[in-house]
Design a protein around this ligand. Sequence first.
Ligand code: BGC
Length: 739
Amino acid sequence: MQEIKLRELLDSLTWTEKVGQLVQLSGDFFHSEELAVGPKKKLGITQETIDVVGSVLNVTGAETIRVIQERYLQNSRHKIPLLFMADIIYGYRTIFPIPLGLGATWNPKLIEEAYGVIARESRSAGAHVTYAPMVDLVRDARWGRCLESTGEDPQLNADFAAAMVRGLQQESGREFEGIASCVKHFAAYGAAEAGREYNTVDMSERRLRQDYLSGYKSAVDAGAKLVMTSFNTYDGMPATGNEFLLKEILREEWGFDGVIISDYAAVQELIAHGVAKDEREATALAMKATNDIDMKTGCYANELESLVTDGAIDPELVDAAVWRVLKLKNDLGLFEDPYRGSTVEQEQQTLLTKENRSLARKVAQESIVLLQNKGELLPLEANKNKILLVGPYGDEQDLIGLWAVHGKSTDVVSIKEALEKELAKETFSYEKGCGLLADYQFLGEFGATKEQIHSLGMTDNEREAALNKALEAGKDADIIIYAMGEHTMQSGEAGSRTDISLPLIQKEFIEKMTELGKKNILIAISGRPLTFTKEVEQMDAILQAWFPGTEGGNALVDILFGKVNPSGRLSMGFPENVGQLPMYYNEFKTGRPLNSSTHRGRFVTKYLDSPNEPLFPFGFGLSYGRVDYEELTVSSKKMTDHLTVSIKLKNRSDYECLETVQLYIQDVTGSVVRPIKELKKYEKINLLPHEEKTVVFALQREDLYYYMKNMQFGTEAGTFNVFVGRNANDTQQAVFELL
Ligand code: BGC
């Protein structure tokens, strides 16, 4: 529709109709009268509002969406189509690894391709907008939503954020082939105190800008059409009513003129936060902060119109918000085709194709991180040894993680299925051996019935019998593969934990099994970094597999048997113990560093009972080969605008290696304290057996920018260290002067 027509449309709307565009309701309001009774009553939403509502939350499927849209448009005075938004976070039907695994690929280009698949599948299923990417920087593995983030680094997160937006939207010029991307959760949600879900966030503006905003900014710069607010406070004000975050930074500084949507019920939660006394005040706060859409509460629906007509809210604020929503609908082409070409046939042809599966397999391969490989036990040779697979994730298709809400675990290739394809019957056996958890009571909170909870658990006798069977089978095996990990519900939203080790019954099981003295391999399935302090002693090899998605089993077997050489690198360090959290490699310098301090012994920055270092640092990951890093050179000792940093790599092995070369800098003296290391560049380099290659990084002056004492983004003359290596803790160093 031409913009002039769109303006006329806006002008022709009543206040009720305008407000309707700013209200988002869930699918149950549209399916049937019966279902609608509960929520309608609870939110105080009237049929009049439903008739003019602007968008729908988490309904997908070509058929369902067509029915709802058709019915809605029949009753609509202006025929403004509904906008369908959904949580399609790392896959619609073909499920890729969780984003923390995507982060471990260090390969934004590949992930852009993956999000292209996600966009095509989602569009075919009728979705117009996805609430992705989630780009919250995270430094605390207690927080369950680590799962949804690409990790702890501002640079890496920014690169992934842009790649995901581009992949999702598939834009060229004014047209976009994909679906609209809603970046979330603005802002700094990942810094919830003590890793406890929905908790306070409080940090300096400098830290906010320097570290936490990079992902959102990058997504906005890449053209994300929407931004979602976060549940947390920043500087005492919940994000949804925070004018500094939404108005000053997002709208004014960054020039974002797309749609801002609150997170689920976050407008109403301004009351629980204690910054609004009722829904009317909550509505006014959110509206004044330029939050356009109220997700799933009755606040805007019931209060906004009277706020305008009473003169308490500037009507132009509301008009601007409605305009942004209408513009988004228009950009999506909904006025021309409210279904965007989605049909049942097309959906069937698009979902879970062979090509989509094959990309999911490739991404999973690159996401898996080899954490340990004593005596080069891996890769295995098929049918050479007797292999026993044990553990709750061995014969399990639920490898897609909590946020793959539209995925189906029945599509998933399990580890057992993939191993059976690879190995002869005589050399492979499976025993579950132990359950995932001893107690499933907590599932009650997620709607599991008493019977379901009961059926999941094992009695003491059953547990013992399972262990004995596994022990018996283990005697006959040469190698035992343990498929262990967290329950799906133990990570993701509201999945905060204070103990982030493997569940106790699994640890007890490993203890008993490893007494057999066989070769042991752990495959870890988790939505966060776990503490593997014990397991590094017990296991010969450890593969961190995250929730690897639809093709998880195949990808793992490709790696176990060396068809693919592991190349994943951690995008979030794995702590030694939970007491070290929050933990991140790019921490500030202190006055009393552990090493090279003028103070000795006790009075330096350290714990009495734990190392400072993570068990596995940021950027860490092994491969089957050995690549040496030699001769780090800087093109000049002095830098004005740019210089190059190069390093020679030598593959000393018979394996083809995909090496992730990482470049960090350190600003030795700044007008405010600077981090000990900051990732600036990285490159994945493929090296054939015994191949040598020189990697050259171009460093520009802008790469050294930071928020200086005066809060200007720039850089100051002085000494810089540059580090290149295989992870944050294993680098070579050179130095240059910035003039
Ligand atoms: C989550 C968001 C999600 C929204 C809609 C909220 O609880 O925080 O990430 O997009 O629900 O489902």
